[in-house]
Design a protein around this ligand. Structure first.
Ligand SMILES: *Cc1c(COP(=O)(O)O)cnc(C)c1O
Length: 340
């Protein structure tokens, strides 16, 4: 392990590691791919990604387990989701088995950068691809690059997960037949104004509504949402315009099969917000972050779980899923990919 890093005090930011992977697509096929130490990319000034934002990405983590193995969590799901995103953006999907191989090879090469078990830190893995040749008229690129880099990151919320405050914004995230269900960079570019505005006004995140009717809860800019009802059922919004979070799908499985809870994926109306006992955001970065308060145009909704700690069921879900990721709890078949 690298000995000049303070693993216990890492933030959530980019740190250059030794190796990264790239593969180029040209004349209708992907080349064999390479590992490199060069973190820079040289692009034509008119590259499609620069002019028309033809780019998409994924995010997953490698963990050091209790028995000192290095593993990653369901990388096949990221491979599949990136292929789905690529098709929506008219990009050639990167073969899914090669996606998993590339992720594993970069982690293995950077194994000294995987933080120690118990530090709370992990190695974040960022696969992404973009249209790389010069495109002037609006059309898809002819050439693409797929890349994977890694960066050690601390826990998303330092000092434990304190409940956060969301606001319902006057901005939409995803059009009814748009790109909300795919992990495209463009979804993030247009969310930046809303997030800066939320922060200026003292809120942690935006809780977006469906833009078709503005009556239903969707997700935040970068995380799905789960609710717990007063009788202990785990509920998550169903919609075609939210990003299918792997963390959320895993948590719903854990709720049902490990904790014996009832679960429901259904439309969740804004009117129901007062009825829930707990609420949390879920995604790879933080796993689960509890929500204490939701602000809706002058009306405050205070979750009964309060502003001090995670709700009881949220906490159980958190402990179980992170226990599976860290090798402390037997995983469902196929969830843990051992890298070395
Ligand atoms: C990446 C992402 C998530 C979280 O997905 P995970 O697979 O759990 O990391 C949720 N919402 C949006 C909009 C995202 O881009």
């Amino acid at each position: 392990m690298k000995n000049n890093i303070d693993w216990n005090n890492l933030g959530f930011g980019y740190m250059k590691t030794d190796w990264r992977y790239f593969s180029n697509y040209k004349n209708g096929s992907w080349d064999e791919g390479h590992l490199t130490i060069d973190e820079n990319i040289v692009l034509n000034e008119c590259a499609c990604v620069l002019q028309y934002a033809q780019t998409c990405f994924e995010g997953l983590k490698a963990y050091r387990t209790v028995d000192d193995k290095v593993v990653c969590f369901r990388p096949d799901m990221n491979a599949k989701r990136m292929a789905d995103t690529a098709e929506r953006l008219e990009m050639p999907p990167f073969p899914q088995d090669r996606f998993v191989e590339a992720v594993c090879s970069v982690v293995k090469k950077n194994v000294d950068w995987v933080p120690p078990f118990g530090s709370g830190a992990t190695l974040y893995i960022r696969p992404y691809m973009f249209g790389s040749d010069a495109i002037m008229g609006v059309k898809p690129a002819n050439e693409y690059q797929f890349r994977v880099f890694t960066s050690p990151v601390g826990p998303y919320f330092k000092g434990g997960a304190k409940p956060i405050t969301l606001r319902i914004p006057d901005f939409d995230r995803a059009a009814p037949l748009g790109t909300g269900h795919v992990k495209a960079g463009l979804n993030y570019a247009m969310s930046l104004h809303a997030i800066v505005d939320a922060h200026k006004k003292g809120f942690n995140e935006n809780m977006y509504l469906d833009s078709g009717t503005r009556t239903k809860i969707e997700e935040t800019g970068g995380a799905n949402i789960i609710f717990v009802t007063k009788d202990g059922k785990v509920v998550t919004p169903k919609s075609n315009t939210i990003l299918p979070s792997i963390t959320r799908r895993s948590l719903m499985y854990v709720a049902e099969h490990y904790l014996g809870l009832n679960t429901e994926e259904r439309e969740v109306y804004k009117e129901e917000l007062n009825d829930f006992a707990e609420c949390a955001l879920c995604g790879t970065a933080a796993v689960l972050s509890p929500v204490g308060k939701i602000y809706d145009h002058g009306v405050e909704i205070n979750l009964p779980s309060g502003m001090e700690k995670m709700g009881e069921i949220t906490h159980k879900l958190y402990e179980t899923l992170t226990g599976i990721q860290m090798g402390k709890i037997e995983p469902p078949e196929g969830w843990i990919k051992v890298i070395c």
